[in-house]
Design a binder for this molecule. Structure first.
Ligand SMILES: [Zn+2]
Length: 182
């Protein structure tokens, strides 16, 4: 299976709102292959999420998964089509993010602590669940991609922006927790 090229900041797909996927198209070989290729691309790039716009497809669709040390998933693979997010009450949480389309940079991004996710799965069945913590952060990052928004747009203080090596050396210190990269 081919791994798709990930487009980088400057590519118009990252700044265009994605179109909804018609429900009857979700089961087509074309969309199913795109989903499989996106999952493989995300894993190959060691990301925790990937939106269709990041592979140049302006469709409302993203995948995400967090794998643990032993390859057992901390957050199992999710495929979300035509997502709608409803932020849950609670103070915004700041944490580090990166993006496969903005390689090598990290920055502090505020996100809602939890979001309700509604949409369709890869079989076209309705999904409706609550994502919190790191999963909520990933979902908000990927959802933003479907609306032409990148994490830089969400940063409140660009002074926290850093290249990965410098971030590791000066900004997180000691044992590095991997920042969410999607
Ligand atoms: Zn991203």
């Amino acid at each position: 299976m081919p791994v798709l090229p990930i487009v980088r900041l400057g590519h118009p797909a990252l700044r265009s709102p994605a179109r909804p996927v018609p429900a009857e198209r979700i089961g087509t070989p074309e969309v199913q292959r795109l989903i499989d290729d996106m999952v493989e691309t995300m894993r190959e790039a060691r990301g925790v999420g990937l939106a269709a716009t990041q592979v140049g497809e302006e469709l409302q669709l993203f995948v995400y998964e967090v794998r643990g040390e032993e390859s057992d998933p901390v957050v199992p693979l999710h495929v979300v089509v035509n997502p709608m997010l409803t932020p849950q009450p609670g103070e915004l949480v700041y944490d580090w993010e990166g993006c496969l389309s903005i390689p090598d940079l990290r920055g502090l991004v505020p996100r809602h602590p939890a979001v309700r996710v509604r949409g369709l799965d890869r079989q076209g069945h309705a999904v409706d669940y609550l994502a919190s913590g790191f999963e909520a952060r990933i979902v908000q990052h990927e959802f933003d991609h479907l609306n032409g928004v990148v994490f830089l747009d969400r940063m409140r203080d660009l002074r926290t922006l850093a290249f990965y090596d410098e971030w590791e050396e000066y900004m997180v210190g000691g044992a590095v927790e991997q920042a969410g990269v999607g």
